[in-house]
Design a binder for this molecule. Structure first.
Ligand code: PMP
Length: 297
């Protein structure tokens, strides 16, 4: 699914077939989850292939490497150039891009002083599909920000997301909403959440969440077109009084929710701010949005 016979990946300075990739069985990433990664999308636009917010994604990768004390020498510009080259070699324009920095051999717990950069790309539709999602409240909380850097995309953190996602699937839900340690709504297993109430949007502030690049884009779009939006904590009870809700993420893009636990969002999706933003977001990533026309929303 992720690679074909002629796929090319980047590994430490070389463009190679995935079958020739090497890995270290003593890597700290494998044993302890000390690695950092990104999820990026490229789009086929009228002006050619465009990697959406490449700089922001690679800055977050750098930040993750820094806080996890993983040595990493590539500059943002180098990373962007390599990624465009990789897309070209794979003849991909609409693509999901997965850079990962794995760490070297070290069975101790201090960070290894070696790292490997791997970048892969493949064609991938919207992660959570297009239909409205039936979600449940997870019995798992988001990690306490004092136990790790919740805003860094560290491989090991995703155990929390996997537990929540598996629990949701096992109980026949599409996805999970995780609360933070203070019982406020935090986010989905792999996306941020917005709720709509009386014509205004609310999304949890930074602190207990992965501050998504899509979330920032949505807030910026709201500000540009005059949709009221506020970063504010809200409880599960408040979410269950909302008119509607949606998730945002690079892989998921913008996707509406049908229900949370027993509560069905009352507004029709097509009449919500989330629906408008889903279309605006698509125009934004495709570079098709004229700033003057945007007020028409
Ligand atoms: N929350 C979590 C836990 C995620 O894994 C992601 C995906 N990176 C997001 C939110 C959304 O982030 P972004 O919009 O940067 O993809």
């Amino acid at each position: 699914m992720y690679s074909k016979d002629n796929s090319i990946i980047y590994q430490n300075g070389k463009f190679i077939n995935p079958k020739s990739a090497t890995g270290d069985i003593y890597s700290q990433t494998l044993h302890y989850g000390n690695g950092v990664f990104e999820g990026i999308r490229a789009y086929k636009t009228n002006a050619g292939t465009k990697i959406f917010k490449a700089k922001e994604h690679y800055e977050r990768l750098h930040y993750g490497a820094k806080v996890m004390n993983i040595p990493f020498q590539y500059t943002i510009d180098e990373l962007i150039d390599i990624t465009y080259k990789l897309l070209e070699l794979n003849e991909l324009q609409d693509a999901y891009i997965r850079p990962i920095i794995t760490t070297g051999a070290n069975m101790g717990l201090g960070s290894s002083d070696e790292s490997t950069l791997i970048i892969q790309c493949w064609e991938w539709g919207k992660l959570m599909g297009d239909k409205l999602l039936k979600v449940r409240t997870s019995s798992f909380q988001r990690p306490n920000p004092k136990s790790c850097f919740v805003d860094a995309k560290v491989t090991g953190h995703y155990i929390n997301s996997i537990l929540a996602r598996n629990e949701a699937s096992a109980s026949h839900y599409d996805e999970a909403i995780l609360l933070d340690m203070n019982n406020n709504v935090a986010e989905c297993s792999g996306a941020n959440v917005f709720i709509e109430k009386d014509g205004k949007l609310f999304t949890p502030p930074k602190g207990h969440i992965m501050p998504g690049i899509t979330r920032t884009t949505i807030i910026e779009l709201c500000q540009e077109v005059g949709i009221p939006v506020e970063e504010k904590h809200f409880s599960l009870e408040e979410m269950k009084q909302a008119d509607h809700a949606f998730f945002t993420g690079t892989a998921a893009e913008v996707v509406g929710l049908k229900s949370i636990d027993e509560y069905h969002f009352p507004k029709s999706w097509e009449s919500t701010l989330g629906y408008k933003l889903m279309h605006l977001y698509k125009q934004e990533v495709l570079g098709e949005r004229s700033k003057n026309l945007s007020k028409a929303v």
